[in-house]
Design a protein around this ligand. Structure first.
Ligand code: ATP
Ligand code: MG
Length: 606
């Protein structure tokens, strides 16, 4: 490809709209162009990158028996109602773009395809003889992200590979899950990326068959925090991570007493005032949960005050309690604020001095949509406390020397504490958790019967009994992966594409296009390289040599051939983008040398 004929406009300055280096470089190098927030054109250079990533994904999916297909993006509301996700996806999380067509039918733009594929399976899979099945597609997904940002990292329209598998047994699902695990690892290795696989499901801690794992490309600008042990025995997304908290100190309060503690409405003030460790203080936090049937539940969560609440874990727990409130799922979880309290018209809440037995009277008179009783939960750290200090339900007062079962009954115990770096590993307390940041590129998930049950996707087993299908789903963010590669591989001069996903392998730069010999040799080289299957870009623009070298570095083509002064001796310069190393080689050796280097770069250890 001749650069002089390409739509190629690079920017010298960093665009103001971008924060991340990868986002800046993709904009500057003419890879992407923004149309509106979170929505981008993939320009020819990036499209080649995306095609290469897709090709690698296809090969690895096909190798484990995946069948490629393409499902509709416009999806009728009914199928999302059937699975029970329409409300959550269009309202609570609001991630699905929804519209009404001219027949008055509601439609959504596919953020994911579990509904569509499960209905296909319901239609087409009858017998255990047809199982297992794995289908995948590479397609644009639509998600109305509340904060689209960082270019392709969090778009509202982006490319995803999503795969779904169906099985006659959990055992078969586990097998495909393991195949996917290996395929995903190979895909990322082949793309040249450094990554870590983390547990994304707290329920399966320690088990080798975690029900859900995320593939994280390591990068300091990653949105996700990963906690891991130095010995590699444990790694998890901080949202799901578990750990042992530091030990609490011994309490100086050996008997129950009421303390005057004026102006100590925060933990810090209280700890300073009493000169005690926050590990001796019980913190009581009020949340309001909203369920999908409109039911609101006030939650009083007690936790050791040196610890933080992991709201993802808390929301998961409350979701599991949905049935208790005749609901299917939790819609939102929020801290109780003054506005809510005003609405309840109940007894005033002694904010900053709340005790675990805060009266239900603060909820006001009985209302249809508000559970009449506070749901009281204690984090594990709270449950283990002895002779602790907590609020006295009265402004300016705390109680000390408190014990569960003496002053207050122990509420339902839950694990909703945020694990953090410095904590001890649950599996091996000798190991101290460390932290790093990553970009979630892939997610593999054993869904089990989650969709097949409500959507009644069944098969007949060997005994002739009808059974729900076991199901797994597996996603890779293709466009996010392209940018993650740039985030991992760049320097002050620009992008350094891994060879396997670079838009071109080689750029042939002619420093002076009015030099006939340079142009002739270059043209011939480009032809030979192309014939040899080496993807070659030819910078034949009438520009200064300096501009061309800068652009070649910016767009990150792995190898550069320069037809310069040494052409008189029949030589050209070969420069490697990653190392900056340059050597002179005879013109006749160019094809063979590059072929060898590219092949070596593409070989991946298993
Ligand atoms: P995240 O937590 O980052 O929002 P997710 O859990 O919603 O991701 P999945 O629904 O599992 O993601 O989607 C599969 C993959 O698609 C993700 O691992 C990620 O690589 C990619 N992805 C998800 N949302 C976006 C987005 N808004 N822009 C680009 N890629 C995305
Ligand atoms: Mg998301």
């Amino acid at each position: 490809m001749r650069l002089s004929q390409m739509l190629f406009v690079t920017l010298r300055e960093d665009p103001v709209e971008a924060e991340l280096p990868s986002h800046k470089l993709l904009l500057r190098g003419c890879f992407i162009r923004r149309l509106s927030p979170g929505i981008y054109t993939y320009l020819p250079l990036l499209w080649r990158v995306l095609q290469k990533i897709s090709a690698i994904i296809r090969q690895e999916m096909n190798a484990i028996g995946g069948q490629e297909c393409l499902m509709p993006q416009l999806q009728p509301a009914e199928i999302w109602r059937e699975s029970g996700r329409w409300e959550v996806y269009t309202q609570a999380e609001g991630i699905m773009f929804a519209l009404t067509d001219r027949q008055g039918r509601e439609q959504g733009l596919g953020p994911t395809h579990e509904e569509v594929i499960t209905l296909l399976a319901r239609d087409l899979i009858r017998s255990y003889r047809q199982l297992p099945q794995t289908l995948y597609q590479i397609q644009t997904k639509f998600r109305d992200e509340i904060r689209p940002r960082f270019g392709l990292m969090r778009g509202r329209e982006f490319i995803m590979k999503d795969a779904y598998s169906f099985h006659a047994s959990e055992e078969s699902l586990r097998q495909t899950y393991q195949d996917m695990y290996r395929a995903y690892s190979r895909i990322l290795r082949r793309c040249g990326l450094r990554f870590r696989v983390v547990d994304a499901d707290a329920g399966a801690i320690g088990g080798p068959t975690a029900a859900s794992q995320e593939f994280m490309v390591l990068a300091s600008a990653g949105e996700d925090e990963i906690l891991y042990t130095p010995d590699g025995s444990y790694a998890a997304n901080v949202e799901k991570a578990v750990s042992l908290p530091p030990e609490a100190v011994e309490s100086p309060y050996q008997s129950f007493q009421v303390l005057d503690t004026p102006g100590t409405e925060t933990i810090e003030k209280l700890a300073n005032f009493l000169k005690i460790s926050p590990t001796l203080i019980l913190k009581n936090i009020l949340y309001q949960a909203l369920y999908d049937n409109g039911m609101q539940v006030v939650v009083l969560l007690s936790i050791r005050a040196d610890q933080e609440v992991n709201e993802v874990k808390l929301a998961n727990h409350l979701s599991r309690l949905a049935e208790r409130y005749q609901a299917n799922k939790l819609l939102t979880l929020a801290l109780v604020d003054a506005e809510m309290q005003t609405r309840w018209q109940g007894d005033p809440i002694p904010v900053g001095y709340i005790a675990p037995d805060l009266s239900d009277r603060c909820l006001g008179k009985t209302r249809k949509n508000l559970a009449p009783q506070i749901l009281r939960l204690a984090d594990q750290t709270a449950a283990l406390m002895k002779n602790f200090v907590t609020g006295a339900n009265e402004i300016g007062k705390h109680v000390a020397g408190v014990n569960w079962g003496e002053q207050y009954p122990l509420p339902e115990v839950v694990d909703v504490r945020k694990a953090r770096a410095g904590d001890r590993s649950l599996l091996n307390p000798e190991q101290i958790l460390e932290t790093t940041r990553g970009i979630e590129i892939g997610h593999i998930f054993q869904l089990g019967l989650k969709f097949s049950r409500p959507l009644q996707a069944t098969f007949t087993d060997e005994q002739g009994t009808e059974q729900p299908l076991w199901m797994g789903c597996y996603g890779i963010g293709v466009s996010r992966l392209a940018q993650a590669a740039v985030e991992q591989f760049h320097d002050a001069n620009g992008i350094i594409w891994p060879v396997a996903i670079a838009p071109y392998h080689v750029v042939v730069v002619v420093p002076n296009v009015s030099d006939e010999q340079q142009m002739t040799v270059a043209e011939q080289l480009v032809q030979e390289l192309t014939t040899a299957g080496i993807e070659t870009l030819w910078d034949d623009r009438d520009e200064r040599a300096g501009v061309k070298f800068k652009d070649a570095d910016l767009i990150g083509i792995p190898y550069r051939i320069t037809t310069g002064r040494s052409l008189k001796q029949g030589k050209v310069e070969l420069t490697e983008r990653a190392t900056g190393q340059a050597i002179e080689i005879p013109v006749e050796a160019v094809v063979a040398t590059l072929k060898e280097r590219i092949e070596a770069a593409l070989a991946v250890p298993d």
